[in-house]
Design a protein. Structure first.
Length: 384
């Protein structure tokens, strides 16, 4: 990748911080022990894992025993949905229509086991319909509710604390997918009032392939991976010590910079969106509370995919939607669930900033974007 290439796709993944890589190296090299071993190499590894647990716990306001390591957000979401489904007799599950596929698909698997999976309607603004939810949770047999904290495409927050009160009143177990929120804005598990939460390291400058499920003390979830009884029997398998140590470090670093990151990202977004509005763009979730680093927009009569390719050639990495599900064709499922017209949704492009992005980069981006659009229009090549 050229050093002039500008990365604006941090909701997809983030570059690993060199300080994270440095702490991981020791655990790939001299301190390679298995946490289950009784000798000193094993003890070194298990002490490092416990320190990482504290670093993560400190970022999200939990006790370290509430953290269960997994291979990432996808596994954490599968574990909570299927693990809950296996621990209870079938009933109703409520999930929002804008959840990540790693919530939707395990929920669909449960429907084959007799569970009734019901989608919570989402308004055009990107926020779920709270009145509908309040009524629905009072129905008989609603057992599990999963609503994400921040949407990966729009960046829109769901009112998790209010939803938690609704769930608690109805006695429904409530999980939130916080993968897109941690490290970008302060997240406090207790304050949210949920019983379970999924997080992942690679969204906050940590390594790929490591994450965690956070559980309330009362939760009883069936394991999906059984074996040696690691992670209190909830997730067996030799622990990914370098990954976990890196995850811990990335949380410690995020804690130090979170306020600054949130303010600087917002400044970049305000600047960018002014330019986008001048170009006639629709900004999805505009006016709602959004994660500061994310702008999701469509330029009239310009196909998102085509624009992403042109921007890549011009030296900018952005996304035309959810990178995790970009192997699926057609307009974004999230925008569909929000009731956005297909011709507008096909134009969707997401820009997501990280801690190292600068105002000069956003200025360069806006100028290039304007040029590309002018070019497209003059060629009249990409009308939807
Ligand atoms: C909201 C959300 N949940 C879950 C995931 C999956 O996390 P992971 O890549 O760690 O499996 C993603 C990935 O982009 C995401 O955006």
């Amino acid at each position: 990748m050229s050093s002039n290439y500008i990365y604006f796709d941090h909701n997809s993944t983030t570059p690993m911080d060199s300080r994270v890589r440095n702490v991981m190296l020791e655990f790939m090299d001299s301190s390679f022990g298995n946490t289950a071993s009784r000798h000193s190499l094993g003890t070194t590894a298990s002490e490092a894992v416990e320190s990482a647990r504290i670093q993560i716990a400190d970022l999200i306001g939990v006790e370290k025993k509430q953290i269960f390591f997994t291979s990432g957000g996808t596994e954490s979401n599968n574990l909570i949905i299927k693990g809950f489904g296996l621990s209870e007799s079938p009933g109703k599950i409520l999930i929002s229509g804008i959840e990540h596929p790693c919530i939707k698909k395990p929920a669909n698997s449960l429907s084959r086991m007799g569970w009734d999976v019901i989608k919570i309607p989402v308004k055009k603004t990107g926020v779920i319909d709270l009145e509908w939810l309040e009524q629905k949770t009072l129905e008989e047999d609603v057992k599990l509710l999963s609503v994400m904290l921040v949407n990966n495409e729009t960046g829109v927050f769901q009112p998790i604390e209010t939803i938690a009160k609704i769930a608690s009143k109805a006695g429904v177990f409530f999980h939130t997918d916080a993968v897109q929120a941690i490290g970008k804005v302060p997240v406090n598990f207790e304050k949210l009032g949920v019983q379970a939460m999924s997080i992942s390291a690679h969204k906050l400058n940590g390594p790929k392939g490591v994450g965690a499920l956070i559980l309330d003390k009362r939760a009883s979830i069936n394991p999906l991976i059984e074996g040696g009884g690691h992670e209190d029997g909830l997730r067996s398998g030799t622990l990914n010590v370098p990954g976990i140590v890196g995850f811990g470090k990335s949380c410690e670093l995020a804690r130090e910079r979170i306020k600054l990151l949130s303010e600087s990202s917002k400044g970049l977004r305000v600047f960018l969106e002014k330019k986008l509005v001048d170009m006639g763009a629709t900004i999805f979730g505009e006016g709602e509370r959004r994660i500061p680093n994310t702008s999701y927009f469509a330029i009239p009569a310009v196909v998102g995919e085509t624009l992403v390719m042109a921007l890549d050639s011009a030296g900018f990495a952005v996304s035309s939607g959810a990178a995790c599900s970009s192997n699926e064709d057609g307009p974004s499922e999230v925008l569909k669930a929000m009731g956005i017209d297909e011709d507008i949704a096909l134009g969707a492009v997401r820009v997501s900033f990280g801690p190292d992005n600068t105002r000069a980069e956003v200025e360069k981006f806006s100028t290039q974007l304007e040029n590309i659009i002018k070019n497209f229009r003059s060629m009249n090549a990409v009308a939807i």
